[in-house]
Design a protein around this ligand. Structure first.
Ligand code: G3I
Length: 348
């Protein structure tokens, strides 16, 4: 047994060493983002995706490539509006397309998400519910969704974006009716549904130390103190070029010191004015490297996911008109300097 473990450890060491050597010899850092992540002992480098983009062959070829992506997040189709369009009528057709792709390619799946104020079905956002009714609805949704994908999901964003930027709770249908009780309800239902998936709370503007990150740390502490299952925090990281918080690494370490893991779950680094200059692209490369290096330096950071990998399909321009070019590949699938920034962040 010890002999076999020794051989296994040697094998892992040799693969990591070979990947690092290949990377060091490669002047243009073409070894692949997931190869770099795994050589750095992380679980994965991943991307969000929408299946309607897969008819674009160039897109799909890159998405499939295990050397680039070892993890997939459904950008939309596992959300409430798609998975429970009518009360208690569940639809997993679209989500299954993503899950089946993940299974067929041997990648990891992150589940996104169970409870979020946005992209809710009309029956829920326009409905009026008593607290017991809504508690039942939340539990039913989380339990059924997580059960459907039991055994297939590395980690679930059970709660998405519960805070305002000042650290107060977001006033949405869930908070309005249930105060903060919907959070333990959802987490416990998810745990019952799949005992092995990692249960996360996922949010943005918690990258640096500040009121919002502090509020989330306090929530994690109190959930743990009362025995509510919580395994991780997703640090979305929708950032701007030149705007990576200086306290990112310290902040991640503070989260993991609470006894949970962290992941960068939705990374993109956008230009607030377009088109990018050469200096801007160099800054974006440095920013990608900084974020990835912070994850790399914190042992409890398990992986990094970009919120799609090409500017062609980025969500940014539709939400921030005039901004964009946020991804490591441009809209013509040319790798930007940011791509090399990611591999540098993993492997120095
Ligand atoms: O499905 C309809 C389609 O029928 C319609 O024709 C079309 C017209 O606009 O809209 C389509 O819905 C869009 C949906 O994405 C599916 O493509 C919505 O308009 C659009 O608002 C929606 O945007 C999504 C956004 O979440 C909603 O807030 C983005 O694709 C998705 O990438 C984004 O992801 C979020 C994470 O879940 C949470 N963190 C932030 C992140 C970025 O906003």
């Amino acid at each position: 047994m010890v002999f076999f473990l020794g051989i296994l450890a040697l094998g892992v060491f040799l693969v990591a060493t070979a990947a690092r050597a290949a990377l060091e010899q490669s002047s243009d850092f073409q070894v692949g983002l997931n190869v770099a992540a795994q050589a750095a002992q992380k679980l994965y480098f991943g991307t969000a995706t929408n299946a309607d983009q897969w008819t674009d062959k160039t897109y799909f070829d890159i998405l499939k490539d295990d050397s680039e992506f070892g993890q997939i997040t459904a950008a939309n189709v596992m959300k409430w509006f798609d998975t429970e369009p009518e009360p208690s009528v569940f639809n997993f057709t679209d989500g299954d397309v993503i899950a089946d792709f993940v299974k067929a390619t041997g990648k990891r799946l992150r589940g996104h998400n169970c409870v979020w104020y946005n992209q809710l079905p009309d029956w829920l956002s326009n409905g009026t519910f008593t607290a017991p009714e809504l508690a039942f609805i939340v539990e039913r949704h989380c339990f059924t969704l997580v059960s459907h994908y039991r055994g297939q999901v590395y980690s679930w964003d059970v709660i998405n974006e519960p805070f305002n930027d000042d650290g107060t709770y977001r006033v949405d249908i869930f908070f309005n009716t249930l105060n903060t009780s919907y959070i333990p309800l959802a987490l416990k239902a998810a745990r019952r549904a799949d005992p092995h998936t990692k249960l996360y709370i996922n949010d943005y503007n918690i990258e640096g130390i500040g009121a919002k990150a502090t509020a989330l740390k306090e929530l994690v502490r109190s959930l743990k103190a009362s025995g509510v299952p919580i395994d991780g925090v997703g640090i979305q990281s929708h950032l701007t070029v030149g705007g990576v918080p200086a306290t990112l690494q310290q902040n991640m370490a503070e989260f993991t010191a609470l006894g949970i893991e962290v992941a960068i779950t939705e990374l993109d680094i956008r230009f607030t004015a377009l088109p990018p200059t050469a200096a801007g692209l160099a800054q974006q490369k440095a920013d990608y490297a900084t974020v990835v290096a912070a994850c790399n330096a914190v042992p409890g950071c398990v992986g990094v996911t970009v919120w799609d990998f090409t500017d062609k399909y980025s969500w940014v321009p539709s939400t921030f008109p005039g901004q964009g070019a946020a991804c490591p590949w441009d809209e013509n699938y040319v790798k930007k300097p940011a791509y090399a920034g990611i591999t540098e962040g993993f492997l120095g």
